[in-house]
Design a protein around this ligand. Structure first.
Ligand SMILES: *[C@@H]1O[C@H](CO)[C@@H](O)[C@H](O)[C@H]1NC(C)=O
Ligand SMILES: *[C@@H]1O[C@H](CO)[C@@H](O)[C@H](O)[C@H]1NC(C)=O
Ligand SMILES: *[C@@H]1O[C@H](CO)[C@@H](O)[C@H](O)[C@H]1NC(C)=O
Length: 284
């Protein structure tokens, strides 16, 4: 592990987050979280720690010793070390560099270049701290990479457009492998023929594919000033995202997408139109 990875890894130990490893590139002023072991169970800054044992078990413990997260690994091979690779992958290695566990296999809301999305993994949008989002991106039961709005009892597909047929979708569901990956030139290719390319395609650019809190899947590229710019997105018209404005809410372009209520309804939370609307009470 070189010095740079060491400092990033220590950073990971302290904040329990892995940041984009921007080795040869500019770092944006504000660090971007691309993976987090325990975002739904944060721990205290002081007194919390990460432990790695000889079996490859990594645990995040709170100040009082309570386990906030574990990777569930219990290998018969001896674990050698944990290492944050320049790709942004946190790996636990055993003998002969065998990978016993890697953070790339349990993404949160972001895929990094060369990180596979498989039938066993999914992206879940991060809503706010401690609340899991209700949008997800994963393979559906027809082997298509799909955006879902997971409501309490039911999941809605909203991308690709569920009202068009498989030919119009230009996808292929007659395949047995399920894998997708963004390559280092900014081209994403899925086994279902989902294919898109970053507007700044080419090597040498830091990129990330993130399922944002608003349910849109966006590819970001870091520009020369260290700022993230959107270089591809699933929806250019955000109001098409299913359930964006909650129950009884209506999405309108003003021209930015904004949530309002149908006549006779009012916002449940006036400071957050996305929580939906309730019937207005008429006081007589
Ligand atoms: C570890 O196992 C627990 C209990 O089965 C589960 O809730 C948790 O999600 C697992 N963690 C990982 C990283 O798979
Ligand atoms: C991604 O999948 C390919 C094909 O299965 C595999 O060779 C490669 O090691 C995987 N990459 C990672 C980082 O897991
Ligand atoms: C795969 O996608 C490309 C465009 O991205 C399209 O031209 C082609 O027809 C698609 N193939 C199938 C089998 O749908």
């Amino acid at each position: 592990m070189d010095m740079h990875s060491t400092s990033l890894f220590l950073l990971a130990l302290i904040h329990l987050l892995v940041h984009v490893s921007a080795h040869d590139f500019l770092l944006p002023a504000e660090k971007t979280v691309v993976w987090s072991a325990n975002h739904l169970h944060p721990v205290y800054t002081w007194g919390s720690r990460v432990e790695l044992d000889i079996h490859g078990t990594m645990v995040v413990k709170d100040y009082n010793g309570q386990i906030a997260w574990t990777n569930n690994v219990s290998s018969s091979d001896h674990a050698d070390r944990a290492q944050l690779l320049d790709t942004g992958n946190l790996v636990i290695k055993g003998k002969g560099d065998a990978i016993l566990w890697q953070s790339f296999d349990s993404p949160t809301d972001t895929l990094l270049p060369i990180q596979n999305i498989t039938v066993a993994t999914k992206l879940v949008a991060t809503q706010t701290l401690l609340v899991p989002g209700h949008y997800s991106f994963h393979f559906d039961d027809q082997h298509l990479l799909t955006l879902f709005d997971d409501e309490k009892d039911i999941s809605f597909i909203y991308w690709p457009d569920p009202d068009i047929n498989i030919w119009a979708k230009q996808r292929n569901s007659f395949i047995s492998t399920t894998i997708g990956v963004l390559d280092s030139s900014g081209h994403f290719l899925g086994s279902d023929n989902l294919s898109f390319t970053s507007s700044d395609s080419g090597p040498g650019i830091v990129r990330r594919l993130t399922l944002d809190y608003d349910g849109n899947l966006r590819l970001y590229s870091m520009d020369n000033n260290g700022a993230w710019i959107v270089s591809w997105m699933a929806y250019s018209r955000l109001c098409y995202v299913h359930g964006l404005c909650g129950k009884n809410g209506i999405c309108v372009y003003t021209p930015a997408p904004t949530c309002t209520c149908a006549p006779g309804y009012e916002a449940i939370d006036p400071s957050d139109g996305r929580k939906g609307c309730k019937p207005k009470l008429t006081v007589s």
